[in-house]
Every structure is written in structure tokens, then in C-alpha cells.
Design a protein around this ligand. Sequence first.
Ligand code: SF4
Length: 305
Amino acid sequence: MLAEFGVRCWASPAAPGVAPAAEALAGVAPASRAPGAPGAVARQTHGAPASEVVAPPAAARRTPLPRVTPAPRGAGIGADATTVPVAASRADDPVSGERARRIASLDWTALRAEVEACTACGLCRTRRQTVFGVGHPEARWMVVGEAPGEQEDRQGEPFVGAAGQLLDAMLRALRLTRATDGDAPPAQRVYIANTLKCRPPGNRNPAPDELLRCEPFLQRQIDLVRPDIILAMGRFAVQALLRSSEPIGRLRGRVHAYQGVPLVVTYHPAYLLRNLPDKAKAWDDLCLAAEVAEAAAAGRAPGAG
Ligand code: SF4
């Protein structure tokens, strides 16, 4: 990539699966792992000469990787909450009430239909269409963004337009894909969803009540995918998943957890397009997420995928 991304990562030799930046980005050497191995990151040609690339050395970047054991795939999301407290249940509570409990039992088909028909907040009146999510249902990576913008509202897919292209370039650098076809193994698949499924008019910030009412959909998506790693991109995704109003700059660089799933915080690609120097930090965050995914893959029983 990162002719556009313009960054590279000094990955630690002790971080298997994350290609050293000069090779990952300039891409002249073969992959150190067999292609397709879980967590493997190929050394690709991205067309960017090494001299274009800038980033802090791994030694300065890394905090020790905490041991976060992902919950088993298929485990109920409410069963092992570690970060988000389960609110005392009230029938009309958007997150834990009757509607939320019903959503928590839906399969993919029913969940998509429920989102398409949703009128739980006022955004249903201004949306062109809902933006459900995209990617392989058994992806090991999950990217959570904020709210659909104009292009997403038109196309019905999250992360399209310039921000989406940047995200795809970032994922490609780690040999990940949102595509649902092809023969990529689950370890290289990404499922992408937004915190909010309908576009706020004029791209205004989501209102707290809108985020709460929409949250059961994202919770169910995470529960169905049960990824090894969640990459939370942008302030509202972080607020919704971590219940934290701390700035992203204070939350990034370490591993959090959402319902037992390791979670790494980073900047939204739309922000990165406006703040080019922070691309180096975002790339650093992706390297951290790759380490976590690698550790999860290594801890999984052979043949478990
Ligand atoms: S934003 Fe979410 S809660 Fe609001 S109408 Fe759309 S799908 Fe329903």
C-alpha cells in the first residue's frame, strides 16, 4: 500500500506474522510464513520506496502484549462480559431490554431483515437505506466504524469512498480482505460493520440515544462473527464498545476487550485523510492488532481454522 497510506511499521522480530515494514511495504522478500497460515502477513510489493516511509521503531511503540484470551467462537456474548457492564435489565432498555434480548437471538438472515425494517430511532426517516455490514461471517478480524456517510447511505456498504479505499489499503498491507468470495482463509478475512446502521443527516455526529438503540445490532454481529480481534475505528465506535469518552490518543497502543474479545483502538480512516501524520500511528495500531490475532490463532486448536 502504502503509497497512499505513506507509512510503514518497524515490527519487532518477536512479533511473528507482522512483516517488517521495509519488506511489508516495499515488498521484495518472500513471506516468512507459508501463505495462508493463520496470522501470516505476506511481504508484498506496494510500490512505495522505503525512503517514503516513516514510523517509530517497534521498541518505542510496543507495550508488552497483554495476555487476552479470546472467548471461544460461538460463546454467548453476554456470558463473559469483561469491559462493558451489563446494565440492569429493564423491559424498555435499548441495550438490555426485551428488544435487545430478541435481537441477541437472531441469525444472520433475521438480523439483516430486522435492521432493514428498523424504526427504533429517527434516522429511519432520513436514510436511503440501512448499512448492515460486509465481510465473511467467519472472519477472524472485525472492523467497527462509526456511522454511514453519504456514499455508504447510497451504496448500502460500510467504508466506501476515499476512507474505504484507505481502509482497504491498510487491510491489504496485512494481507486481509473484506471480500466474501475467493479462497482466503478466515484468518485473512475481515468483517466490517458500523456502530450505527443509518446515516445521520448531513453527517452530523450520532446522538447518544441513536447509538444506544442501534447497539444491539452491532452486539449481535460481533457475537455471530466472534472474531479474534476487533479494530475499533473512530471516537463513536470506541465510545460504544468501551463506554469510554477518553480521546483515542489515550486509548490506542494497548489491548482492551469487548465481551471477552480483544479490541484495539485506532483512528478512523476519514480522520487519517485529514491528518496525514497520524497514519504512522494507525499503522502501528494495525501491527498491534495483527500481533493479537496471531496470538489468538496460535492458541487455537490445530484444524480449528
Ligand atoms: S440507526 Fe439503528 S436504531 Fe436507528 S433506525 Fe437505523 S437501524 Fe434502527
